[in-house]
Structures are given as structure tokens and as C-alpha cells.
Design a protein around this ligand. Structure first.
Ligand SMILES: NC(=O)c1ccc[n+]([C@@H]2O[C@H](COP(=O)([O-])OP(=O)(O)OC[C@H]3O[C@@H](n4cnc5c(N)ncnc54)[C@H](OP(=O)(O)O)[C@@H]3O)[C@@H](O)[C@H]2O)c1
Length: 244
């Protein structure tokens, strides 16, 4: 049995991954933006151990969330799933980019880290020069490239951790919309597989997966200089250092 923490598990792919993991007998800790969503999350996944709350559009709440998670002990896997698409650039940057960074830094190192990126990251640019000057230029695609840069930096720096990213496909959740063409089940199976499987193909690091297969990703994510600049900027903005 593994212990898994999943951000943004009050709905969508996070909740579906939580259901699948509890169904497999694993211990899951849910996360929701506030107490009301937390109660809803628990109602939907009653087998989960507990729920923690924190609004990821607020840096202080993200830091408090990390403390709350650490109070629950250590985790075998953390799935950085929470995300926003149709939101202000400020919220996209905070929820998708900064929350993934802060929680990665502050939550005690798990054995496995899974980051929800997107096929749209291929059109993204890192736009690091805008981080401190004009975040209104940062798009969803850019933020999903940031997530991949973070994933690759973690894989490079923490050799004892499996750090991988996932494109879940375009699937019918609140974010994906009803008409989304891809298979909803396949949209969360890969995260679950990366979190708990003993399959050798899941025990790799620094990879980008689509439906349990490695897929081509934006080479900007592998650029070590860009990764370092990204980590330094996130540190300056959040006051949180990346642990070595
Ligand atoms: N669906 C797709 O087609 C698709 C495609 C590519 C990548 N993805 C990625 O897959 C991940 C999951 O997406 P999804 O489709 O499951 O989307 P979703 O149904 O909109 O779920 C997103 C989750 O993130 C939470 N969240 C959003 N803003 C938050 C905040 N400020 N504080 C705390 N939690 C917050 C949401 O909470 P509430 O429910 O309370 O809002 C929800 O639990 C995302 O990272 C997304 O970028 C999705």
C-alpha cells in the first residue's frame, strides 16, 4: 500500500485518480481549495484518508498547505494535478507554475513525483523575462511548459526520486469541456501507474508520458540553464528555495 497526495482532487482527473488509487487499496490524501470543496471531495471519495485545503492562487495559502501536508507524514507519491485554464494570467501563473514549485520544494521529498502538463505545452514559451515584469503575458501553454521544466529539473537534481510529467489528453472534465474527444479513463490511468506501479517502465525519471508511453516534448524543458533561471526566479518571487 502506498500513500499518495493529490492536489486539486475535489473534481476532475484528480478526483478520478484518487478513486482509482483508493480502489486499488492505497491511502490517499485529497486536496481542495477550501473547506466546502473539501467536504465535497470527501463525499465523492469517502475511502480517502483525509482532505487538506488551500487556495493555490495565494502564495501564503500554498505554503500553509505544504505545512499541513508535512504534518500528515511522508508520502510515496505526490501528484501535482491542480490546474486552471480559463483564468487570469495571474491565477494561471500562481496555480499552475508557482504552486507546483512551492509544493515541490516544501513538501518532504516523496519517492515519486507526477506533474500534470499538457500537449499544449508544445506551443508554450518559458518567458522567464516576464516573471518579474509582466506576468499578464503568461499563457496556459507557457505554464504547462513551466511544469515540465520543473519536472525535468527535479529529475536532474534528485536522483533518488522518480519525477515525471503527463499529458492526460483532451478529456471531458470541467476544464476539458463536454465535447473533449479523448478517453477520460486514459486521462488519469497514467498518473496512477506512475504513482504506484512496479512496472519498470513506470520507474523512470525525467520523462513525459501520454497514455503510459513516452512522448516527444518541448526541448526547452531540458535546457539546464533555463531550468536554473526558472528555479532562481521562482525562489525570488516566492521566497522559497529549491532544496538540494
Ligand atoms: N481536461 C483536459 O483536457 C486536460 C488536458 C491537458 C492537461 N490537463 C491538466 O490536467 C490537470 C487536471 O485537470 P482537470 O481536467 O481535471 O481540470 P478540472 O476538472 O478543472 O480540475 C482542476 C482541479 O484543480 C483545482 N484547482 C483549480 N484552481 C485551484 C486553486 N486556486 N486552489 C486549489 N485548487 C484549485 C480544482 O478545484 P475546483 O474544482 O474547486 O475548481 C480541481 O480540483 C490540470 O493540471 C490540467 O491542466 C487537463
Amino acid at each position: 500500500m502506498a500513500r499518495i497526495f493529490i492536489t486539486g482532487s475535489a473534481g476532475g482527473l484528480g478526483q478520478l485518480a484518487a478513486k482509482m488509487l483508493t480502489g486499488l487499496g492505497h491511502q490517499v490524501i485529497l486536496h481542495a481549495r477550501n473547506a466546502e470543496r473539501g467536504r465535497e471531495a470527501r463525499r465523492k471519495v469517502p475511502e480517502a484518508q483525509t482532505v487538506v485545503t488551500g487556495d493555490l492562487s495565494n502564495i501564503e495559502e500554498i505554503k500553509n498547505l505544504a505545512r499541513e501536508v508535512n504534518d500528515l507524514g511522508t508520502f510515496d507519491a505526490v501528484i501535482h494535478n491542480a490546474g486552471v485554464y480559463q483564468a487570469s494570467a495571474k491565477d494561471i501563473f500562481s496555480v499552475n507554475t508557482l504552486a507546483s514549485y512551492i509544493l515541490t520544494c516544501l513538501i518532504r521529498k516523496p519517492k515519486r513525483l507526477i506533474y500534470l502538463s499538457s500537449g499544449m505545452h508544445l506551443q508554450g514559451r518559458s518567458k522567464l523575462d516576464n516573471f518579474k515584469t509582466d506576468i499578464s503575458r503568461i499563457t496556459y501553454s507557457d505554464s504547462k511548459l513551466h511544469v515540465l521544466m520543473l519536472c525535468m529539473a527535479v529529475a536532474r537534481k534528485w536522483s533518488e526520486v522518480y519525477s515525471n510529467a503527463v499529458d492526460p489528453g483532451w478529456v471531458p472534465t470541467k476544464m476539458g469541456g463536454r465535447g473533449a474527444p479523448d478517453d477520460l479513463e486514459k486521462g488519469y490511468e497514467t498518473q496512477v501507474w506512475l504513482a504506484v506501479s512496479n512496472d519498470e517502465k513506470a520507474k523512470l525519471s525525467g520523462r513525459y508520458f501520454f497514455h503510459q508511453k513516452e512522448r516527444h516534448h518541448n526541448p526547452e524543458a531540458d535546457d539546464v540553464q533555463l531550468q536554473e533561471k526558472f528555479l532562481n526566479l521562482c525562489k525570488e518571487i516566492t521566497g522559497v528555495s529549491f532544496p538540494q
